[in-house]
Design a binder for this molecule. Structure first.
Ligand code: NDP
Length: 282
């Protein structure tokens, strides 16, 4: 029987551990503070920001919300980031993406101090990950490593196939699996013989953004399947990039959607905030 990797439980465990750690830091006079900036009122972003604030409140992290109107100029946003970079009471800065079209996303991400880059999107954070230096790691792939480790799944020496090469999921995922001594292949939309490559995987990470794309024909017997995709179908039900029912009898372990990778992202964001505070107080 396949193991259902319980992201809800693992993320709750991580949040409880962080809560204890934050309480311990408070006793030493160290507080943790995350600044969350939202520009405009995209409903999905409002939900994500709300969930982040809730997680902060649970753990004991102060969250400072900056809700800016849609017509905010890029200069105004950059000024706010600059102020927060200089504010020693702020440990982490997060700009909820996407931002309005009249702003340059790259410029905004690069304006955040790498010391406060809790999303791990700054080029310096990405570079640090590539060369094995300390730095913040993008939360979704960092969460996947935690799912594997806390489920007792060994990565070292395993054939790991990551499908998707985005800057926030696929590429950092591949780097992290490499750091854990996996043998890593990255696939993308131009990969030839995708099925054959996927069937080599001991650990298959599906992150392409296509609902139920990966059926049993992509999966080796006994493989571990990590489903990063998240989609709402016509009945308003969530599903992933993997056709769960098709692969379930073939895999040794799998992350469900919902309740697999999804809950890990916020848990790892909280982890990065605590890490930022620890580094600032070293
Ligand atoms: P992107 O759209 O940025 O990247 C998709 C990647 O998949 C690209 O590299 C693309 O290749 C590749 N791809 C697309 N179609 C195919 C195909 N048919 N065969 C092989 N490769 C293909 O997506 P993200 O990385 O941002 O997200 C991926 C999925 O994960 C989405 O469903 C997203 O909603 C979800 N997600 C979930 C999160 C969570 O917390 N659970 C967090 C972040 C994302 P190419 O580069 O050649 O175009």
């Amino acid at each position: 029987m396949a193991m259902r990797i319980d992201g809800k439980k693992i993320s709750a465990d991580i949040k409880d551990e962080l809560k204890e750690q934050v309480a311990g830091l408070k006793e030493k006079g160290i507080s943790v503070c995350l600044a969350v900036i939202q520009v405009g009122n995209d409903p999905a972003s409002t939900v994500y920001v709300g969930n982040k604030k809730k997680a902060c409140a649970y753990i004991g992290i102060e969250s400072r919300a900056y809700e800016l109107p849609e017509e905010t100029t890029e200069e105004e946003l950059l000024d706010l980031i600059d102020q927060l970079n200089k504010d020693d009471s702020v440990n982490g800065i997060l700009v909820q993406l996407p931002i309005p079209d009249h702003m340059d996303e790259k410029k905004v991400i690069e304006a955040i101090s790498p010391k406060k880059d809790v999303d791990g999107f700054h080029p310096q954070s990405v570079g640090a990950l590539s060369i094995g230096e300390p730095g913040f790691v993008s939360c979704t792939p960092a969460g996947i490593i935690q799912l594997l480790k806390r489920s007792g799944i060994e990565i070292e020496g395993k054939e790991c196939v990551v499908v998707g090469r985005s800057n926030i999921v696929g590429k950092p995922m591949a780097m992290l699996l490499l750091r854990e001594n996996g043998t890593v292949t990255i696939c993308h939309s131009r990969t030839r013989n995708l099925k054959e490559v996927c069937r080599r995987a001991d650990i298959l990470v599906a992150a392409i953004g296509k609902p139920k794309f990966f059926d049993a024909s992509y999966v080796k017997d006994g493989a571990v399947v990590i489903d990063v995709g998240i989609h709402r179908n016509e009945n308003n039900k969530l599903c992933g990039d993997v056709d769960y029912d098709s692969v379930i009898d073939k895999v040794s372990a799998i992350t469900p959607v919902p309740g697999g990778v999804g809950p890990m992202t916020i848990a790892m964001l909280m982890h990065n905030c605590v890490e930022a505070a620890l580094r600032m107080n070293e």
